[in-house]
Design a protein. Structure first.
Length: 244
C-alpha cells in the first residue's frame, strides 16, 4: 500500500531508489517474513506434542512484529513526505556528484583545456546480449588497460543511458585496439532501471518527476474546484433572478 501511494503521489522511480534500499524497511519486512516462516515450521513440528520453547519464541516474534508494524506506519508516513523524499534525493545526489567529479572547478576565469581530437576509432566494440541501462563503470581496470596498451579507451554511452543491442559500447584508439574485449565488458554493469550510484543526473530526474506530478495534481484540483463551484454559482444566479 505504501509503495502504491508513493508511486502514485510522488514518482515510481523512488521505489527502488529510496524505499527498497532503506534499511529500516528491509529489516522490518525481514522480521515479518522470518516470523511467518518460523511459526509455520514450529506448527508443523507440533502435531502431537506442544513444545513450550518454540511456542514462546513464536509469541515473542509475533509481539515484535506488531510493535514493528506500528513503528513502520509512523516511519513510512514521515519518510513518504515530499520534503523528506526530496531532501534524501538531494543529499544522495550531492554525494554522487562529489564521488564522480572529485576535482573542483577553478572558476569561470580558469583556462579551458582543449579536448583531444581522436579521429576515427581503430576498433569499435558493440553491445551484446540484451538491451539495458548502463548503471556503473569500473574505471580502474579501464585506465590500467589503456596505460599498459599506450592507447585510448572511449566509453560511447554515458552512465544512465539506454544501450540497445549492437550499439557502440567502446571506441578504441591506438594501442588500445588489442585489449581483450572481455576485460572491457567486465568493467561495466547493466540493469533494467537507473540507479544513483554513478548517475548524478538521476537525482534531478526524480526531482523533476515529483514537480511534474505535483503540478498535474494542482491543475486537477483547480479544475475540480471550478467544476464544483459552477452549480453553486448557477443556483445563486437563479435565486437572485427570482427575487427580482
Amino acid at each position: 500500500m505504501a509503495l502504491q501511494v508513493a508511486s502514485g503521489q510522488l514518482t515510481p522511480r523512488i521505489i527502488a531508489t529510496i524505499l527498497l534500499s532503506n534499511n529500516i524497511v528491509r529489516y522490518t519486512v525481514g522480521l515479518f517474513i522470518f516470523t511467518l516462516l518460523f511459526s509455520i515450521g514450529a506448527q508443523n513440528r507440533m502435531e502431537t506434542t506442544v513444545y513450550q520453547l518454540p511456542l514462546f519464541v513464536a509469541a515473542v516474534l509475533a509481539s515484535s512484529c506488531f510493535a514493528a508494524f506500528l513503528f513502520l506506519i509512523d516511519y513510512a508516513s514521515r519518510l513518504l513526505r515530499p520534503i523528506s523524499i526530496l531532501t534524501r534525493v538531494a543529499n544522495d545526489g550531492l554525494s554522487v556528484i562529489e564521488n564522480v567529479y572529485p576535482d573542483l572547478s577553478r572558476g569561470p576565469d580558469a583556462p579551458l583545456s582543449q579536448p583531444q581530437k581522436l579521429g576515427s576509432p581503430d576498433r569499435v566494440i558493440h553491445h551484446r546480449g540484451s538491451s539495458g541501462i548502463l548503471l556503473a563503470v569500473n574505471l580502474k581496470p579501464l585506465i590500467a588497460a589503456a596505460e599498459s596498451a599506450a592507447g585510448v579507451i572511449e566509453l560511447a554511452p554515458q552512465v544512465g543511458d539506454f544501450v540497445a543491442v549492437d550499439e557502440p559500447l567502446f571506441n578504441l584508439y591506438g594501442g588500445a585496439r588489442v585489449i581483450d574485449e572481455e576485460l572491457l565488458r567486465n568493467a561495466i554493469a547493466f540493469g533494467s532501471e537507473r540507479t544513483m550510484e554513478q548517475d548524478p543526473t538521476f537525482a534531478f530526474r526524480i526531482a523533476v518527476d515529483i514537480a511534474l506530478i505535483a503540478r498535474d495534481q494542482r491543475s486537477d484540483h483547480c479544475r475540480a474546484r471550478n467544476r464544483s463551484a459552477a452549480p453553486h454559482a448557477a443556483v445563486r444566479r437563479s435565486a437572485q433572478s427570482s427575487h427580482r
